[in-house]
Unconditional design. Structure first.
Length: 323
């Protein structure tokens, strides 16, 4: 068994724990279906043990952190929270004394969302690269100048250290851990059972172009944007999109920029390149990817991909394709 210890405190973000824990439990389920023994044993710990209330008002039962024998927890993850409960956790003398010893014997450690503040305050992240919630990147970098904050990544793996960005990215990080511990097939089955839209790699940006457009609730283009992402192989020029939106080209262009902050051409290119990056990470050929995302011939994909990401598509695939 591989014990996974989640460290929580009053006011923690519930999804920081329940999301990754569901992934590990899902991996155990997939193993049982294959007639294999379970791999993960999830433990939730706090300084005093007992019921600890989350920011959602839901309490979880925990074990005292002192009961975790050093070396028993092979993965240690600290949950995040809003500023006030987070600062109280940072100041907790029991947590400050116990956590470094617990981590010193763990195979890997890390945080979900803003839980990295706790680790950084204990000088456990100096010289490391980390991810955290986009809204906390600047204050994190200012408070801990010896830590390199990646404001784009969904999660970062730096040796034994694993850190994730905001909330649901803990699920993405846990799936990557399952891939590392077991295999990509098991992780894929877990993602499917959790009805995830896609398994997101760590290098994917926290800022989805679809979500950014949907943030503006009055945007008239929410349905169109969903259609664009489902039809990247089609001609997505302004005349075609304007016709689909039942607008003149000039009106469409003006209103699209106002709603999304991007020109239609720029929006479509970003969507195509993000999709290309995901497909390449699955090991697909450059020719196949170029056709699927509407950047054919492959030389067109290569030029646009290298311009945005600074690396050739083939090299990116070789570096990131799942085994």
């Amino acid at each position: 068994m591989h014990p996974v210890a989640f460290i929580v405190y009053p006011g923690f973000e519930l999804l920081d724990v329940s999301g990754p824990a569901s992934v590990f439990n899902g991996a155990n389920r997939a193993l049982r279906q294959r007639g294999k023994p379970e791999f993960y044993n999830v433990v939730i710990a706090s300084t005093e043990g007992g019921a600890v209330e989350s920011s959602a008002g839901v309490a979880v039962e925990t074990r005292p952190i002192a009961e975790l024998r050093y070396g028993q927890a092979r993965t240690v993850l600290v949950a995040g929270a809003e500023r006030e409960p987070l600062m109280q956790a940072v100041a907790d003398p029991v947590l400050r004394a116990s956590l470094p010893r617990l981590i010193s014997k763990a195979e890997r450690f890390g945080s979900v969302c803003t839980g990295g503040f706790v680790l950084a305050a204990l000088r456990l992240l100096d010289g490391r690269r980390v991810a955290t919630h986009w809204d906390s990147c600047t204050p994190f970098a200012k408070a801990f100048p010896k830590v390199t904050v990646d404001p784009e990544a969904l999660y970062v793996n730096d040796g034994r250290l694993w850190t994730s960005a905001g909330v649901t990215t803990g699920i993405d990080m846990a799936l990557a851990m399952v891939t590392h511990d077991l295999d990509a097939t098991i992780a894929g089955e877990v993602a499917k059972r959790l009805v995830l839209y896609a398994r997101r790699p760590g290098y994917q940006s926290q800022f989805s172009p679809v979500l950014q457009a949907q943030v503006k609730g009055d945007s008239p283009f929410i349905d169109l944007i969903g259609w664009i992402h489902s039809n990247l192989d089609l001609a997505l020029d302004v005349p075609s999109l304007a016709a689909r939106a039942s607008m003149s080209e000039r009106t469409f262009h003006r209103r699209f920029v106002a709603a999304t902050g991007e020109t239609p051409a720029r929006f479509v290119e970003v969507a195509r390149l993000d999709a290309a990056r995901m497909l390449l990470s699955r090991g697909l050929s450059q020719k196949t990817v170029a056709a699927q995302v509407g950047l054919f011939p492959p030389t067109r994909l290569a030029e646009a991909f290298e311009r945005r990401f600074g690396v050739a598509p083939r090299l990116f695939r070789d570096m990131h394709a799942e085994l």
